[in-house]
Design a protein around this ligand. Structure first.
Ligand code: NAP
Ligand code: MG
Length: 397
């Protein structure tokens, strides 16, 4: 059989731990036998980030701007415990995703992958809920400090004109913590545009939530910008019979729980981080959630929403065969290949992505699943190792 050809490469960002193992297996079993794969490879594994002083992450993000499509494996974000685990680390490197997002800007759309045999925990959810997470700024690009002594904290802005705005944050009577964060109107605008366009593309209602009653200037600006940008899309929304509305984040949470699904929920950066894990878990499994970063200038970075599955990796290192779910990582690959096919005008590549996704869903519906789904499935299912699951998908493909 002739392999499917690609015109333009995609950016391939390798990662860490169990997902790095799955990455190799997915390529070998499901992609390389069928596609003449062209990628520009960047090793974002922690040790290579350390060896390159994290330059590799910046290079991978820059390459994504050039090639337009990337696929990324989950990566370790080092913390104090990782510094002990990897004594060779010269710095507590920043989250690669935060670095990539601050270079590409844009919005992360996370959608659960629904299968008939796994029912959502929330009984009334019938359709997927897509969380649209603003991927720039707030606490992910903040500065913070700890003070051991009493004193006064101020927020000071010095304009280019020389004008100074100054507020007292707090007169601290004792030790405490402080944080300064920001966002840019241009980034919020592109977040709003991305959400309205995605709603139109997928013909779904758009909700946006924040906390403008408490954060009148910061969150209030988000709300105003969404209202302003919506004017550009209002007519198209009316034509399609879809709606946009803004509500407070706590009200949104209550409404989401009572909803039937089938809409996009736009969230600020932190809310989106937290809510997408809640939504994916309630729909079934964190391992059944797709994630794509769409930048304002039309670049796409696909990944799984879950992490490197450390606990499974330690079992793998002990020689155990694990039953880690590769579906979200497979869908990261299919998302990237389909987008490449759309941009390059190579429909065979899009069709391959469709068939691979269908093969995954058919395998799960047939009761051949990984451990996370075996415990959730309403149909009789057997828990396969990751390797056996991939083989079962390959046989259908
Ligand atoms: P995690 O890797 O998502 O895993 C948390 C737990 O969720 C696992 O222990 C496992 O539960 C379950 N799980 C997640 N993905 C699964 C899969 N594909 N198949 C089966 N079960 C799955 O989160 P974490 O343990 O908090 O983080 C581990 C590392 O990942 C950290 O170093 C973190 O920095 C990094 N991380 C990276 C990204 C990213 O690159 N996008 C995102 C999040 C976290 P059981 O153990 O109960 O089976
Ligand atoms: Mg997260």
């Amino acid at each position: 059989m002739a392999k499917i050809q690609m015109k333009t490469p995609i950016v391939e960002m390798d990662g860490d731990e169990m997902t790095r193992i799955l990455w190799r297996m997915i390529k070998d079993t499901l992609i390389l036998p069928y596609v003449e794969l062209k990628t520009e490879y960047y090793d974002l594994g922690l040790l290579n980030r350390n060896a390159t002083k994290d330059q590799v992450t910046v290079d991978a993000a820059e390459a994504t701007k050039k090639l337009g499509v990337a696929v990324k494996c989950a990566t370790i974000t080092p913390n104090a415990q990782r510094m002990e685990e990897y004594p060779e680390l010269t710095e507590m490197w920043k989250s690669p995703n935060a670095t990539i997002r601050s270079i590409l800007d844009g919005t992360v759309f996370r959608t659960p992958i629904l299968v008939d045999s796994v029912k959502p925990v929330v009984r009334n959810w019938e359709k997927p809920i897509t969380v649209a997470r603003h991927a720039y700024g707030d606490i992910y690009k903040a500065v913070e400090l700890h003070t051991a002594e009493p004193g006064t904290a101020k927020l000071v802005f010095t304009g280019e004109s020389g004008a100074v705005q100054e507020l007292t944050v707090q007169k601290m009577a004792g030790p405490g913590v402080l944080q300064g964060m920001h966002n840019r109107e241009s980034s919020i605008e592109s977040f709003a545009h991305a959400c309205f366009r995605f709603a139109i593309d997928t013909k779904q209602d758009l909700w946006f939530s924040a906390k403008d009653t408490i954060s009148k200037v910061y969150d209030g600006t988000f709300k105003e910008i969404f209202d302003r940008v919506f004017a550009d899309y209002k007519a198209e929304f009316e034509r399609l019979g879809i709606t946009y509305f803004y509500t407070l984040i706590d009200d949104a949470v209550a409404r989401v729980m009572r909803s039937r699904g089938g809409f996009i929920w736009a969230c600020k950066n932190y809310d989106g981080d937290v809510m997408s894990d809640m939504i994916s878990t309630a729909f079934g499994s964190l391992a059944m959630m797709t994630s794509v970063l769409v930048s304002p200038d039309g670049n796409y970075e696909y990944e799984a929403a879950h992490g490197t599955v450390t606990k499974h990796y330690y079992r793998h290192l002990k020689g155990e065969e694990t039953s880690t779910n590769p579906v979200a990582t497979i869908f990261a690959w299919t998302g990237a290949l389909r987008k490449r096919g759309e941009l390059d005008g190579t429909p065979e590549l899009c069709a391959f992505a469709d068939r691979l996704e269908q093969a995954c869903l058919d395998t799960i519906e047939a009761g051949e699943v990984t451990g996370d789904l075996a415990s959730l499935a309403e149909r009789e299912s057997k828990a396969l190792t990751s390797a056996a699951f991939l083989k079962a998908v390959a046989s259908r493909l």
